[in-house]
Design a protein around this ligand. Structure first.
Ligand SMILES: [Fe+2]
Ligand SMILES: [Fe+2]
Length: 333
């Protein structure tokens, strides 16, 4: 067993391999197919572009929380809500394709008999199914969502390639994308929000499979952090909050074409991403598990904490995985 220079003792190799074997086993026993497990053509799954259930949650969606949005006529709230949700789904699919590109390069360099090889392939198979499921939903929504914001789109092929070399940064990035999506989807489902049934079904399937992906990335990183040089750990301590903030913004902030189409004022965009007290609470709330992970790996140092704070991704640590954010909502005004 290796004890890190932070004094943290990671799992033994045997225990780590057992965790990976259990995750692989879970993928074999419980997985979903986008066409077998979603009754796309069932009448109740039909997607109605005018469905009032597209209206954004004022509590969990930072654009939906703005007064500007609440003051729009209901048909506009529905239309913008649909564009926003469908576009975030499209960006989620693009993010998963980057994950696959980086992870595929990583596993193809592994020697024989590495448990990461098998589990990563299960994960990539699931991500391919998610991409197909999300794209089917986008196609059926009647919304020609543009997807990734321009810079992210331009960088995306290179991020995949870079991730194939910098494995630790790749896995930090994987969590930076998966955590906001997972928290957003869980918050909506927990609250019992009224969502169009096709959206709800895809979210349920996604959440069920993402739990394994997030566990694997956490286990992988804990192990790598413990064996890292002090310099490498220092780099990761700062890369962590930067990746969280950047990826949360890329996933959640609407594409400029949507901003233009609905004429969303600049100050409303600033308020929603991430200036208002409600938006700050939502942003910081995505990363309770990540702060706990960084802390347990000795990466939540006084210096790096300043970066977490400056980027508004700081806050309380989760006491257990996926603990809902319990910080009270800011009082309006
Ligand atoms: Fe996924
Ligand atoms: Fe995933």
């Amino acid at each position: 067993m290796v004890t890190s220079s932070t004094g943290i003792t990671p799992r033994s190799t045997e225990d780590y391999h057992e965790v990976l074997a259990n995750l692989s086993d879970g993928s074999v026993r419980r997985h979903f197919d986008p066409y077998l497990d979603i009754a796309w053509d069932a009448p109740e799954m039909a997607i109605d572009p005018q469905d009032p259930r597209w209206i954004l949650s004022p509590e969990h969606d930072t654009l939906g929380a703005t007064q500007w949005y609440r003051n729009l006529p209901v048909d506009k709230q529905i239309e913008l809500g649909r564009w926003r949700v469908v576009n975030a789904i499209k960006v989620g699919a693009a993010f998963e394709s980057i994950l696959i590109r980086g992870m595929m390069q990583y596993i193809m360099k592994l020697p024989n008999n590495k448990p990461e090889f098998r589990y990563s392939l299960h994960e990539m198979t699931e991500e391919c199914n998610h991409i197909q499921m999300f794209q089917e939903l986008v196609n059926r929504s009647g919304t020609d969502a543009p997807g990734m914001r321009p810079l992210f789109r331009r960088l995306s092929p290179w991020i995949g390639i870079a991730g194939g070399y910098a494995h630790v940064i790749l896995f930090i990035g994987i969590l930076g994308g998966e955590e906001p999506i997972d928290h957003y989807q869980k918050a909506l489902i927990r609250q019992g929000d009224n969502l169009p049934p096709a959206v709800l079904r895809t979210m349920e399937i996604h959440i069920a499979e993402e739990a394994r992906h997030i566990s694997f990335a956490g286990e992988f990183l804990q192990r790598r952090f413990a064996r890292m040089s002090p310099r490498g750990r220092r780099i990761c301590a700062y890369a962590f909050p930067l990746a969280m903030r950047w990826l949360a913004t890329e996933i959640m902030k609407p594409h400029p074409k949507i901003v233009e189409r609905f004429d969303i004022p600049d100050d409303v965009m600033r308020e929603a991403f991430w200036d208002s007290p409600q938006a700050r609470k939502v942003l910081a709330g995505y990363f309770g598990d990540m702060r706990a992970l960084a802390d347990s790996a000795g990466l939540y140092t006084p210096g790096s904490r300043r970066v977490w704070r400056a980027l508004r991704v700081d806050g309380p640590m989760s006491r257990y995985r996926s603990e809902p954010d319990r910080t009270p909502s800011p009082t309006p005004g």
